[in-house]
Ligand binder design. Structure first.
Ligand SMILES: [Zn+2]
Length: 63
């Protein structure tokens, strides 16, 4: 059973209930991990700071 690489808390992942692409959040430190493989179970930390492209929704009322 893999632990959180950040705080070493047991993530309690049930390998039968996760699949590739699932995101698991460490309840202890809040770090997000993406499941990149299930056999064996492999996690990749989800990088923060990825900006969403929401600039299009910015106020821009041209007339
Ligand atoms: Zn953690």
């Amino acid at each position: 059973m893999p632990g959180c690489p950040e705080c070493e808390t047991d993530l309690n992942i049930d390998v039968d209930e996760v699949e590739e692409g699932d995101v698991i959040i460490c309840e202890e430190c809040g770090t997000e991990f993406e499941v990149v493989g299930v056999d064996p179970l492999e996690l990749a930390r989800v990088e923060e700071g990825i900006e969403e492209e929401d600039d299009l929704l910015a106020e821009d009322e041209e007339e």
